[in-house]
Design a protein around this ligand. Sequence first.
Ligand code: IPT
Length: 983
Amino acid sequence: MHDRPHGEAPARALPYHEDPAPGSGTLPARAWWAESDAARLSLNGTWAFRLAPTAEGTGSAFLADDPAATASWDRIAVPGHWVLQGHGAPAYTGVAYLFPVDPPRMPDENPTGDHRRVFDLPEGWPADGETVLRFEGVDSCARVWLNGQELGTFQGSRLPHEFAVGHLLRKSGNVLAVRVHQWSAGSYLEDQDMWWLPGIFRDVTLLHRPDRAPADFFVHAGYDHTTGTGTLRVDCDVPGRVTVPELGLDLATGEEATAPVEPWTAETPRRYDGELVTAGERVPLRIGFRTVRIEDGLLKVNGRRILFRGVNRHEFHPETGRTVDLETMREDVLLMKRHNINAVRTSHYPPHPAFLDLCDEYGLWVIDECDLETHGFCWMPDWRGNPVADERWTPALIDRAQRMVERDKNRPSVVIWSLGNECGTGAGLSAMAAWIRERDPSRPVQYEHDLEYPDSDIFSRMYTPHDEVERIGRREEEPLADPELDTHRRSLPFLLVEYAHAMGNGPGGLSEYQRLFETYERLQGGFVWEWIDHGLAKRTPDGRVYYGYGGDFDEDYHDGNFVCDGLLFPDRTPSPGLIEYKKVIEPVRITGDPDAGTVTVANGHDFAGTGHLAFTWTYEVEGRRIAAGDLAVPPLAPGERAELPLPPAPDGAPPGEAVWTVHARLADRTPWAEAGHEVAWGQLTAVPRPAPVPPPGPAQAPRRDGGRITLGPGVFDATTGRLRSLAGVDLTEGPRLDIFRAPTDNDRGMHWEADAQVSVHWERIGLHRARHRTDAVELTDDALTIRTRVAPNSRDLALVTVYRWTAGEDGALRLTVGVTPEGDWPCPLPRLGLLLGLPAAYGSVTWYGGGPGEAYPDTRAASRLGRYGMTVDELQTPYVRPQENGARADVRWAELRTADGTGLRVTAGPDPFWFTARRWTTGQLDAAEHTPDLEPGDTVWVNLDHAQHGIGTQSCGPAPLPRYHLTAAPAEFGVEFRALSGG
Ligand code: IPT
């Protein structure tokens, strides 16, 4: 127990790593610039390294000049995390601190990495001025020595820290020693939901600072949309001139000039090359003119309300953790642009500065978030001890705000400053907000976790259900107790800074959110949680790569696969969630009325016209292209729409269901995608699906023959009534009712909210252990009828299921299934449909229906009608933790074939079905914890589902909307089976 009031500092002075003060010896925070004519030397590379168990480190020998000092040490890559380079292990927790909560103290066990690098100055390193040693990111606390002299200490992992070192430098043999503590007082401020990854994980650079070079400058570049002019002023601590040749500008620092310009926006990231010239340094500038304002309760850029189609991005690479190289950063930006994403929240810390440069270059709106989260205090009564409510920490909080704002203030992409994430409430946050507002009044400040929003210019929430978002959209949210605060909050624009938790299969419900954002101007969009699964690469004994999550690194406490909740798989392959998101947020909407012969194109961009897009159409019958052409769409201004005539239906088209597909593609190459890249699409039904025709000839009669029953091409087991074979296609398992799916992460719900876990109900009532009982096998003149009862083990619930088989003269077998529930079903069903098994050789699939990717009831926007072919293996979606996946929506027919072409064709009738095929059972899928646990068996398991329960986003957020619940209710559905001969 505490022998002193909680949170009160002990009498003796704290060691620097336990001191809440931000550090000592560092230079004031300032802007970051990547290019200039001043000399610089990267100190990235191979360093000597040794890990010690406590904050003592290895002692002082490694400070010495003696080359033998670290001769026997290991080598480590800087930037990098030692726990990903064979020293210790990563650990994952979502909320919990990995140390006793006793701020600002830390336990004695404090892995401490001593790093040492010896370097020479390059030939001609200037002798004048100053030289600065810069760290872009060290997790979590460092003490630094150069040539035996201590420079100082710092905390603030994802923030830059600099020291003046000129007086200590030698021409050669400089010994840089850095002691890095995994745990520090700063760790209390860095409780972001992610791996704990200590180390010097961003660049280390030596920067020459010539005499009369700027220490700092601030580019103010606003845009006046009423006049079309930009106003430029560059404040700088040393006098200099600013030139922008393209604009004919040449002005002194501190002076203001106005000129007609094209503004910067995320859609049109126009930058002007300029230069800041002082007596000591020439710094290239890339200036984006834009103005951010909150006006009329809306967030506006350049005078217009903008809509964020955003993602939360953590820095992550499956091999190197939060050390992310430039090419990977660029890949992130390109993937975002190609998937119609226009905004990034840098959850929950400022990213590597080069990432923001890419956002400026390619065009992404950025919420730059401070390196701050104290979420783990939520478990103490009233967040007791929370640093943001304890003034001892205020200097550290302000220091963090300063390091972010000063570093990133010159980025046009940054439109909002975020104080941090999940810190509860406290005066420290107000102090940060006040400092930021004073320093940079040109950008709004945002903070989510104080529901009264005293410090936020934006009303923001996380994972809010649709209906509540709608009320907020109407400015009809529940009032706050304090009328003044309520008035303030009600006046603010709204952002979902996190929504649609992309963990595993999902997120569901995106379309419905987007509809709200596009209906209510106050709702200015949101940021999907999150960009990428943080799965760390592991290898099976035979060398196959798979991805590990919490618990895979011998952690004694962890939060499992909650760290894998991104739109990208760890290797940056887009998951179905990203494909869905791309469709849902497409900036051009293509709809129409084929009966009237029209198509409507609506430009949903905020700033860009449609001139960069080329529109084409195809006309397909049953998924086969009959005709294609260009669609002339006049250039549309943002917000404009045009109704255009569809081309006449092609002559001589065969009968059958026909659709128009209209595509909007890039007319020309852009910096982020090739010409022809598809931005948006829409499908319109030209000829609806014909009703199934009744089979020809009289219905055939089933015949009993010993232990078998035959009906048309089908052979059945006489006892169970189960189909055994169909015209030479032997089934390993005949079709039978199936109601279970391997719970998705969203089905498993939030472990901290017991009633939000639908899969727990499923397991409790034994749905995964359903039993089948055959009550009657009836042969009549025109049908074989099997009466059964399908029931979960351990409960008196049941689905009375009647299979009615018929055959005509066309060689097909038809099955109609009637399902009647018995008892009070306490929860929705996972699925309702048929399961059948085919031999492993039936490994190739062709289908006509939705595709190409997976879809579920509330994740089907991206599924487009067409004819597709894939192998069974290609149908699988490799979620990091295996779970239900791979369903194809709206399937009219599907064929499974062997290599010689023998096959089975399943035709929907009348309703399309959800098609799934895999080489393992649902039980095996459910039991698997990692992808290599799934071993192909000797059966291809095929699900033909009449219905699926929605996906929702309840792994952190709302359940599927009620309309997507699969309630146990009477149902009838049918399919037709037909054997296909090979060759
Ligand atoms: C929210 C956090 O802000 C984010 O870091 C992440 O943990 C996410 O949830 C879930 O993956 S906090 C949530 C518990 C409301």
